[in-house]
Structure formats: C-alpha cells, structure tokens
Design a protein around this ligand. Structure first.
Ligand SMILES: Cc1cc2nc3c(=O)[nH]c(=O)nc-3n(C[C@H](O)[C@H](O)[C@H](O)COP(=O)(O)O)c2cc1C
Length: 225
C-alpha cells in the first residue's frame, strides 16, 4: 500500500518553538493512529524560509526552498498546520506562505489546524482566523482544532491531559477521513473514544467514516458522493 503523504507546516519563530512542539505532538498522534508505514510526514519550518517567502511576495513567484515547500504542500494528501498567535490572529509568516499556495491545489485537501498563544483567551483564533482562511482556499478543515496556551505546557511533565486529548481527537478525525475501507466493516473506526459506525459493510468507507464523524458535507466536498 502506498503511504499517504502528510505535510506539517510550522509557523513558530522561537527557538525552541512551542508551535513546533505542538506540530510534533500532532504529527506523532496521527502517525501512531495511522499505523506503521501508512503515512509519510514532512515538516516545513517557515522560519527557515522567511527571506525566501518575502522575496517571493515581491517578485510574484516562489523559487528555491520556498517553491519546494509550496510543492510539498500542494501535493500532500493532507496538512497539519500551526501558527503562533500574533496580535489575535495568525502570524504574518503563516499568512504569507498560504498567500503563495496554489488555491486550486488546496481544494478538498484535509487540514488540521492548530495554534499556540501566551493567553488561553485567544483560542478562538482557530475559528475566527484559521478556519475562514482555509475555507476560502476550499480546503476541508477538520472539526477539532488544537490550541495550546502557555499554561497547557506547564504541567509537572510539561503537558496536560486535556491538550493530549484534543490532539488525539484531531488526529482521529484526520485518520478517519484518510482511511477508506471499501467493503469492510468500520466498527473499529473511532473518534474521541466513540465508535463511529456499527455498519458491517460499506461500499464507500471514506464516505461512511466522514458521515459518522458528523461532517456529512465532507463527502460532497471531496467529490466522493
Ligand atoms: C508580536 C507578538 C504578538 C503576540 N500576540 C499574542 C496574542 O495576541 N495573543 C496571545 O495569546 N499570544 C500572543 N503572543 C505570544 C505568542 O503567540 C506565543 O508566545 C507563541 O506560543 C510563540 O510561538 P513559538 O514559540 O512557536 O514562536 C505574541 C507574541 C509576539 C512575539
């Protein structure tokens, strides 16, 4: 079986970066839930491309490493993206990268969204900034977005159960969307610890998983209906 290709886009700027840490956790959860050998992941750190992306904006086209990153994103089966919150929105670097992406290549592409911030009060950035951006790009944004505030990393072991739960739920939604199981029972497909379907046979496992996840319009968006 050909491995699915997931590209994770990290817009974190710090060293170390909490946004990169969130990306690593999300990638780890998806990889674990997908199973060994079923997914290939590439992580794009926009920090390293900042100058190239700025230049691409001024000349009107991307080249070099920026072009390679855009090609990877455009060719991916799914994306995991995360940005730090800057002044109550996504960062300029994050927006600049997705301003350069080919809109048609984004249509129907599943995207898990994430953000980090100093304040837990800015978690709505996922819904008022990231979701509209990817809706405009006609991507399929998964229902669960993951926001990590500074306090989420502050537990004794540098983590909290609730952040892990949110990451696992977002990963489960993506895995359900990406794993069509034509003609097979889907009783073992779960999201958020909940069995998605008791159907013993389905003709379109992808549509079944999507509908069971409560996102019935995804199949139409993906052209599988
Ligand atoms: C210019 C700037 C603006 C920021 N604005 C916000 C904000 O509006 N809300 C918030 O919660 N955090 C804000 N922060 C904090 C960052 O979002 C937070 O530290 C983030 O996790 C940094 O990510 P990184 O470690 O991956 O670089 C801001 C930080 C900077 C540098």
């Amino acid at each position: 079986m050909t491995a699915l290709r997931i590209v994770a886009v990290n817009a974190g700027l710090s060293e170390p970066s909490s946004t990169r840490l969130l990306i690593d956790r999300m990638v780890g959860a998806v990889t674990e839930q997908m199973g060994e050998g079923r997914v290939e992941v590439e992580i794009v750190d926009l920090r390293d491309l900042a100058v190239d992306l700025g230049q691409a904006m001024t000349v009107g086209f991307a080249s070099g490493r920026a072009r390679a990153a855009l090609d990877a994103v455009e060719g991916a089966d799914a994306l995991i993206v995360a940005t730090p919150v800057f002044n109550a929105s996504y960062s300029g670097l994050f927006k600049m990268f997705f301003d350069l992406v080919d809109i048609d290549a984004m249509a129907g592409k599943p995207v898990v969204i994430g953000a980090t911030g100093g304040s837990p009060r800015h978690s709505m950035v996922l819904d008022h900034a990231l979701r509209p951006l990817f809706a405009y790009l006609r991507a399929v944004v998964l229902p669960t977005g993951v926001y990590a505030a500074s306090a989420d990393w502050a537990g004794a072991d540098g983590d909290t159960t609730s952040l892990n739960d949110r990451i696992a739920r977002a990963a489960g939604e993506l895995v359900s969307l990406l794993t069509p199981r034509r003609g097979a029972a889907v009783t073992d497909v779960t999201v958020d610890g909940r069995q998605l379907s008791s159907a013993s046979a389905v003709t379109d496992g992808r549509r079944q998983a999507v509908e069971a996840a409560g996102i019935a319009n995804f199949a139409k968006l993906l052209g599988t209906a």
